[in-house]
Design a protein around this ligand. Structure first.
Ligand code: S1T
Length: 543
């Protein structure tokens, strides 16, 4: 026998979690005490629950495993709904653990602090942003309930919600049943693989398009092997930029429709058969296609279902499909004919003002000299700028598109991997969650942060040039780095950018905040093409 809190912590570890991010509260203090005294998983506390959720999501994405966010009831958990929504939309298996009032407190006949409409209002809110939920209010069923939701999180790669009343933390219970190996009908997977191969053989210019599920289910090496065996042009979606970066696959680039490079766009849009593996069909992945992908010539494997033009194979996990395809894959193209575009390098270090393409060259020069770094990017033009940086692991809100993940996700990557991340963030998003950098000193984190300061909500200004409300004040963020325990640089010329980046890379003692002053209106090449494509499509009435 053990206790519910201890059983939960050991289960999280057994199911693949490696750390917990959190902020306590009185409804969660008993659980946090067990986290600290048991030492089963390391605990990283941050300053604001959105940061907790984003950091846990990043750890999950980076390791293709469970991420864990522990919070208090009401004010804490409801503060974290947005990051959990991002995890749901972008298929991250994030485990939310919330403290809650004990049974006796509910019978007092009083409204409790942090309570909203009813005791289960929070539970109802989280039902909308998670794939499964459990309330651990019965020691007899708690182990099975924990196993159920953790298995669902891993199977569907979506967030789950666990509510732990504070009077149940030390309740005696059995251990949680061990994880189960994923079940799959190998015959069905083989039959599906054979039909895909037949479709590819019979088509002109077949191609592969890879999505986030390839990373979420830990399939990058196997998919890279499959792409090599098939010798077909292989692209990633906008959301999946960065997958396969650490593997030897015939990647031709990232498909960005009219906003991306023409060769990649044509390889995808003109494919006589396009196999989409783990791709989310969303506007940020396909919104600016020149030609709509003809799904009658496509095979789409997503959410454990494989769709053909007029029929489908249910219950085919992506891993089982990839394994079945690997067994029968044969060369169908000439992989030597394809290569990723060469990264743009050679920053001109002079007194000219800085533009996003200059930041691309500066980062690519840094990677060429010192090796690639994992990137965490916030929403904004910094994410479009990242598309031109050398392909490397990238976590970003590519679909849900919320501001705020940049800095916390960078911290989540470093907590999960020990690697020094490069963080890209706009001044608007930094105002939201950039202050989490103040937690670096406690944990020895030392990210390099590139803050794109165009003194405004630049992306919105692009669509509404004549508005004043998208302009922001110049907060002089670099001056705030030292009090937070880091080192700040303010760069307004390309020469200053080159110097700041070199100094920041050389100083691994703490976080490095490079505030890059960008003239208002200067945007990345990708955003420029994106805006042009949106305008072209709306002019053609093809919204
Ligand atoms: N609030 C949150 C939490 N997320 C959002 N995505 C938005 C509002 C709307 C929004 C954008 S892009 C953007 C906003 C406000 C401006 C971002 O400003 P900044 O971080 O400075 O980056 P940049 O100047 O590069 O735009 C998306 C379109 O919905």
């Amino acid at each position: 026998m053990t206790t519910i809190a201890t059983a939960l912590l050991h289960a999280l570890k057994d199911y693949g979690a490696k750390e917990i991010f959190g902020i306590p509260g009185d409804f969660a203090l008993p659980f946090f005490k067990v986290i600290e005294t048991s030492g089963v998983l390391p605990l990283y506390t941050l300053s604001h629950e959105p940061g907790v959720g984003f950091a846990a999501d990043a750890a999950s994405r980076y390791r293709s495993a469970l991420g864990v966010a522990a919070v208090t009831y009401g004010a804490g958990a409801l503060n974290m709904v947005n990051p959990v929504a991002q995890a749901y939309a972008e298929k991250s298996p994030l485990v939310v653990i919330s403290g809650a009032p004990g049974a006796g407190e509910r019978d007092m006949g009083l409204g409790l602090h942090h309570q909203v409409k009813h005791f289960d209002s929070q539970f109802q809110v989280f039902r909308e942003v998670t794939c499964d939920q459990a309330v651990l209010d019965d020691a007899a069923t708690a182990p099975a309930e924990i196993a159920r939701v953790l298995r669902r999180a891993l199977k569907l790669s979506r967030p789950v919600y666990i509510e732990l009343p504070r009077d149940m933390v030390d309740a005696a219970c059995d251990r949680v049943p061990a994880p189960e190996a994923p079940q799959a009908d190998k015959d069905a997977a083989r039959a599906c693989a054979e039909e895909i191969m037949e479709t590819l053989r019979g088509a002109d210019n077949p191609a592969l398009l890879l999505g986030v599920e390839v990373r979420r289910y830990g399939l990058e090496q196997r998919v890279a092997e499959l792409a090599r065996k098939l010798a077909l042009p292989t692209a990633t979606t906008f959301m999946a930029r960065g997958i396969l970066a650490a593997s030897d696959a015939p990647l031709i680039g990232t498909y960005l429709g009219l906003a991306g490079d023409t060769d990649t766009r044509r390889a995808v849009e003109r494919a006589g058969a396009l196999v989409l593996l783990g791709v989310i069909l969303c506007d940020t992945n396909f919104g600016v296609s020149k030609r709509q992908i003809d799904m009658r010539n496509a095979v789409h494997a997503f959410d454990e279902t494989v769709h053909f033009a007029h029929h489908m194979y249910p219950a085919i996990p992506l891993g089982a499909l990839v394994d079945a395809m690997l067994e029968i894959a044969e060369p169908l193209g000439d992989a030597t004919a394809f290569d990723e575009p060469e990264p743009d390098r050679g920053l001109q270090a002079d007194e000219a003002p800085i533009t996003p393409p200059d930041i691309v060259r500066a980062v690519n020069d840094l990677f060429a000299e010192h090796g690639r770094m994992p990137i965490a990017s916030d929403m904004g033009d910094c994410l479009f700028t990242a598309m031109d940086m050398e392909n490397t692991e990238l976590v970003a809100p590519g679909y849900y598109a919320t501001m705020g993940p940049g800095v916390p996700m960078g911290l989540g990557i470093q907590a999960a991997s020990g690697r020094r991340p490069l963080i890209l963030v706009g001044d608007g998003a930094f105002q939201m969650t950039g202050w989490e950098l103040g937690n670096c000193r406690r944990y020895g984190w030392n990210p390099i942060v590139l803050l794109f300061n165009n003194t405004g909500w630049g992306m919105l200004k692009v669509f509404q040039k004549d508005t004043g409300y998208n302009d922001l004040d110049d907060w002089r963020f670099a001056d705030m780095a030292a009090p937070l325990g880091g080192r700040g640089y303010r760069a307004a010329t390309r020469n200053e950018l080159a110097g700041a980046l070199a100094a920041a890379h050389a100083d691994d003692s703490t976080f490095q905040l490079i505030e890059i002053m960008i003239p208002r209106g200067e945007i990345s090449s990708t955003l420029e093409r994106f805006v042009g494509a949106i305008r072209e499509k709306s002019a053609l009435g093809k919204d």
